[in-house]
Write a protein that binds this ligand. Structure first.
Ligand code: ADP
Ligand code: MG
Length: 230
């Protein structure tokens, strides 16, 4: 199996009033291609900071981040986000309100020829049961439907790695439960490598092949079953 993502002793933090505050210390993790990993932990533990560093939006103070065989971040390397082959589905990454569902999904496919792009968009919308909703605008879709569109928008360019930051937390419990199962099925069917951030143990257990606990800036790998029992 090839490795899709590797964190090696990653150190992250923020400069506040000329003082450096450590948020994540010595974080290490290996995620093999095709697997779904989870960062699980309480709010404020550094999960989003880690995910943003992997995506390329936070500098790394020490250690290295590798995507595939490429070092994308270290104290001296910082590959631009758009060159990391990473897809993002963040809770706060809302859909573009002025674009239809189909245009949102096609957004990352602008380099493709029109016919090819339209075919890929149709295939992706069908994958999430929204074949008939391509011409609707985000405000004409339910919260669950919007998240489905956001998911396939992120999947569209076939990123090497999909990063999901609390993607279900704005949904009602029933929609969330259904979508967790659906998203897991879609990612596995696509063979998509993904890293999910959540504070929800049930979500981690339902979706992930491997779970790492994040708390107080530390990262400990545990099995999905153990995560529930812990
Ligand atoms: P989580 O996603 O696990 O809730 P975060 O990564 O968002 O945790 O935050 C971890 C810590 O980093 C928190 O103490 C938070 O206040 C701090 N933090 C997050 N973003 C910033 C920022 N842009 N500037 C300064 N501190 C930040
Ligand atoms: Mg967060």
């Amino acid at each position: 199996m090839s490795v899709a993502l590797r964190l090696e002793g990653v150190h992250l933090g923020y400069e506040l009033r000329h003082e450096f505050h450590t948020v994540v210390e010595d974080a290490s993790l290996t995620l093999e291609a095709g697997r779904i990993g989870c960062l699980l932990g309480p709010s404020g533990g550094g999960k989003s900071t880690l995910l943003r560093a992997i995506a390329g939006f936070e500098p790394v103070r020490a250690g290295r981040i590798l995507i595939g065989d490429h070092v994308v971040a270290s104290a001296t390397v910082n590959v631009a986000p758009e060159r990391r082959s990473v897809g993002l589905m963040f809770q706060e990454y809302a859909l573009f309100p002025h674009l239809t569902a189909a245009q949102n999904v096609g957004f990352g496919l602008r380099k493709l020829a029109r016919a090819e792009r339209d075919a890929r968009v149709a295939e992706l919308l069908a994958l999430v049961g929204l074949a008939a909703a391509g011409q609707r605008y985000p405000h004409e879709l339910s919260g669950g439907q919007q998240q489905r569109v956001a998911l396939v928008r992120a999947l569209a360019p076939r990123p090497a790695l999909l990063l999901l930051d609390e993607p279900f937390s704005n949904l009602d419990a029933q929609t969330r439960e259904r979508l967790v199962v659906e998203v897991g099925d879609i990612l596995r069917a696509a063979g998509q490598t993904a890293l999910l951030v959540t504070h929800n143990e049930a979500e981690a257990a339902a979706l992930a092949d491997q779970v790492s606990r994040v708390s107080n800036g530390r990262l400990d790998s545990v099995e999905p079953g153990a995560a529930l029992a812990a």
